[in-house]
Design a protein around this ligand. Structure first.
Ligand SMILES: [Cu+2]
Length: 187
């Protein structure tokens, strides 16, 4: 389940060409996305695999807590974006990154317990978040263009300091991650 505790606070704000609607968007429409079997990144395709993702079948999409689209052009017209950029899920929730357009992947940058995950290019991928905390992730080839995302699991902000800055952040990634975290979680 997505909790929307912070949604109202951000409404109307605009920073760096992103607005609250596009950062936090309810994932209740997940059932409407049809994922083809061949678009699912299977376990053997993962460079680093800590969670099997080949169990994300069409029938199981309805059980996904959030769907994040990987896009060549984001909702605001920026190149190379995830939509939404921020996902909030409960412990044990699963996110599906859908290869809506090709050329993208998902690679964790900051994660609790230094959990590693890197999906194959051009493929949809899923991950089950069993450890609470803040996760930041990038599209490996597009991080400098700001193709980044944030997942907050279990409303646990204990690794905020680490999430705010990391050597893996560069280009637009750094200011976008900071903007998201500061707007919604830092008073
Ligand atoms: Cu990309």
């Amino acid at each position: 389940m997505i909790f929307r505790r912070n949604l109202m606070r951000g409404l109307g704000a605009s920073l760096l060409g992103i607005n609250a609607y596009n950062i936090i968007k309810p994932a209740t429409a997940a059932k409407s996305y049809i994922i083809k079997e061949e678009d699912i990144c299977d376990t053997d395709s993962l460079v680093i695999n800590h969670e099997p993702v080949n169990d994300v079948t069409e029938q199981q999409i309805a059980a996904v807590d959030g769907v994040v689209h990987m896009l060549n052009v984001g909702p605001q017209g920026s190149r190379f974006r995830y939509d939404p950029m921020l996902s909030e899920i409960d412990i044990g929730g699963k996110i599906l990154w859908k290869a809506t357009t090709k050329g993208h992947n998902v690679e964790f940058m900051v994660a609790p317990n230094n959990i590693k995950f890197k999906s194959k290019m051009h493929k949809s991928a899923g991950f089950t978040f069993s450890t609470p905390g803040i996760y930041t992730y990038k599209c490996t080839p597009h991080v400098s263009a700001g193709m980044i995302g944030v997942v907050v699991v279990g409303n646990d902000l204990s690794n905020m300091t680490e999430a705010l800055d990391n050597v893996a952040y560069y280009g637009q990634a750094k200011e976008l991650i900071r903007a998201i975290l500061e707007r919604y979680y830092i008073k």
